[in-house]
Write a protein that binds this ligand. Structure first.
Ligand code: DGT
Ligand code: CA
Ligand code: CA
Ligand code: ZN
Length: 567
């Protein structure tokens, strides 16, 4: 539903009109309709299509036309025109509690503020207090509002899987005016959630870079624009993107610094001090001399280390390992030969077996595991034994057509309330492998049920072992250390579920599994072929867990697949 989007724009128009001191009745008309559109249960797009927009109380011809334009084109030309007459960060500043259009207008007229940073600075000036209608109390209220707004912004973290494509697009767009360009920060470290997005570049013409950046078509608002650092918020998930332009001789140093993590950098700085050196985002310095800075390799080399992969830079022992020459050879993104967890349209997936197979071939895979749900998972179209066998026949048929890839006949079988599996053993034995998953009874003896499942010789992998959803659910009541212990004991593999909202096991637990020599299987849990691309996120978790490819079932030749039943 586009109701709230459209209501936001109508409110935005009202804000600008108020800023400009327009007619009060007109302003109120926009606000009233915006409120109604937020409240009605109907989808505004459907109302429009059935010619019922006039059903919304207070709607006139003018506003109806705006809505039509928005539904057809995704924006309203009148609003764009209005926005060109107000500060560049107007929309964002209107989200600051305790700051209305009139007050902003007052401050804008006197101080020409454009950004939230300008606003913060101006509020510190005594001239601001003495403006008509301002005063100390009001200034303090606005300051509190800014504080609230900024905390809210920084506490909203977004999934890596959502941020990555947004960043890819903007990097592609910026390449035209940049020499080197790379994301840094948590995104480059492939952390599961991202606060804000940091991008770094070099360029011959810095001015051009900033201009192009702030005129990115996806911009929602501009937070700051400057010679060395600019920030925008893009419409896509309201992500904040910071762009820094640096000198080529500092590019490596800046990349290193802004990739972080902060903890990793602090450790590195301590080591620099011990060697009588200084490290900053400009380079490594011996006295006044810059002795490294152009590339990251060069920086780490000065300290006697090979380049540490960004995913490891969390101060979890990577610096010590690097110095000792004991960095693991972590799995590479292209080491993956197949995906273990794909749902077809036989259960709740939407892609056909053939579509999945084609996609897998396109991705360069040597095998895939088709895992439909088992009979108890009725909500997810779970297959009874008969349907399962039908599906397996269909797989055989498709397999003859595509001999270049191995299609595993597998299933994601529910671990029931008593720890038994949702198919009898003789059915499990017909399959190439089995993922055992908990889909109900999240608080009911989860650890015991998982252990019982792992003791079944046909359960090769435990799916999403903690059950958490990053955005919304804490997960099962499960003793993950005990599960890892039994996985080791029984030779059962644990899954890294690569769906962006799961990433389960997460990096920390996957590292624990590594320490106990447990095998790991990355599965995308794809329900359509596009989702098979989330494999990257699963590999990222494995890399952050220091996993080498020998521990990942995904990196094996399918004929020698060391799944439990083959041992
Ligand atoms: P995020 O945005 O919360 O997901 O996490 P990061 O790691 O991207 O953090 P951010 O955006 O605040 O800063 C980017 C990088 O800049 C960070 O990873 C390391 C570096 N950095 C920021 N503040 C400091 C600091 O106070 N000291 C040091 N050494 N580095 C810092
Ligand atoms: Ca960041
Ligand atoms: Ca940042
Ligand atoms: Zn599942």
């Amino acid at each position: 539903m586009k109701n709230s989007e459209i209501a936001d724009v109508l409110d935005g128009i009202a804000d600008v009109l108020e800023f400009e001191g327009d007619n009060v009745f007109k302003i109120n008309a926009y606000r009233k309709v915006a409120r109604r559109i937020r409240e009605i249960p109907e989808d505004i797009e459907q109302l429009y299509q059935s010619g019922q927009l006039s059903k919304i109380p207070g709607i006139g011809k003018n506003i109806a036309e705006h809505i039509e334009e928005y539904l057809k084109t995704g924006s309203i030309s009148k609003y764009r025109e209005l926005l060109s007459r107000v500060p560049s960060t107007f929309v964002e500043m209107m989200k600051i509690p305790n700051l209305g259009p009139k007050t902003l207008k007052l401050l804008y007229e006197h101080f020409k503020i454009q950004t939230i940073e300008d606003l913060k600075n101006v509020l510190e000036k005594p001239e601001a207090i003495n403006l008509p209608g301002m005063g100390e109390k009001k200034i303090q209220n606005i300051k509190n509002g800014i504080q609230l707004y900024l905390t809210k912004r920084t506490h909203q973290r977004i999934s890596l899987g959502i941020a990555l494509p947004v960043v890819d697009e903007i990097v592609k767009y910026m390449k035209q005016v940049c020499k080197d360009i790379s994301p840094c920060g948590s995104l480059r470290r492939m952390k599961e959630t991202i606060g804000d997005i940091d991008i770094l570049c070099t360029a011959d013409n810095k001015d051009k870079v900033v201009k192009r950046f702030i005129s990115y078509p996806g911009v929602q608002s501009i937070i700051a624009e400057g010679e060395t650092k600019s920030s925008i918020i893009v419409k896509d998930h309201m992500l904040q993107i910071d762009l820094r332009v640096v000198e080529p001789e500092s590019y490596g140093a800046a990349l290193q610094y802004f990739t972080g993590s902060k903890e990793h950098n602090i450790k590195l700085r301590t080591i620099a001090k011990e060697k009588g050196l200084k490290i900053s985002e400009y380079g490594v310095f011996k006295g006044e001399d810059r002795i490294a800075g152009k590339s990251e390799e060069e920086i780490y080399k000065i300290f006697g280390m090979p380049l540490i992969p960004p995913e490891l830079r969390e101060d979890r022992g990577e610096i010590e390992a690097a110095i000792a020459g004991k960095l693991p050879h972590i799995i590479k993104y292209d080491d993956v030969k197949g995906d273990f967890h794909i749902h077809t349209n036989y259960s709740d997936g939407i892609s056909t077996i053939e579509e999945i197979v084609k996609k897998a071939i396109e991705m360069g895979y040597q095998f895939i595991g088709l895992c439909d749900h088992s009979q108890t998972s009725k909500f997810a179209g779970g297959l009874n034994v008969e349907r399962l066998r039908e599906r397996n026949k269909e797989i055989d048929r498709i397999a003859r057509k595509y001999p270049q890839i191995k299609i595993f006949k597998a299933a994601e079988v529910d671990i029931l309330g008593n720890g038994e599996m949702d198919y009898p053993d003789e059915i499990l034995a017909e399959l190439d492998f089995v993922i055992g998953s908990i889909h109900q009874g999240f608080k009911k003896n989860v650890t015991e049920r998982m252990i019982k499942a792992m003791e079944n010789r046909y359960v090769d992998i435990i799916g999403h072992p903690t059950g958490r959803l990053i955005s919304s659910r804490e997960g099962y009541e499960v003793d993950i250390d005990k599960v890892i212990e039994y996985a080791a004991k029984t030779g059962t593999a644990l899954e890294i579920n690569a769906y962006y909202d799961r990433l389960d096991l997460n990096d920390v637990n996957a590292m624990k599994a590594k320490e106990k020599n447990v095998m790991i299987a990355i599965g995308t849990d794809a329900h359509n072929i596009k989702m098979m691309e989330y494999m990257t996120l699963g590999v990222a978790v494995a890399r952050r867990a220091w996993l080498e490819k020998s521990r990942l079932l995904n990196c094996y030749d399918w004929k020698k697949m060391p799944v439990k039943r083959n041992k």
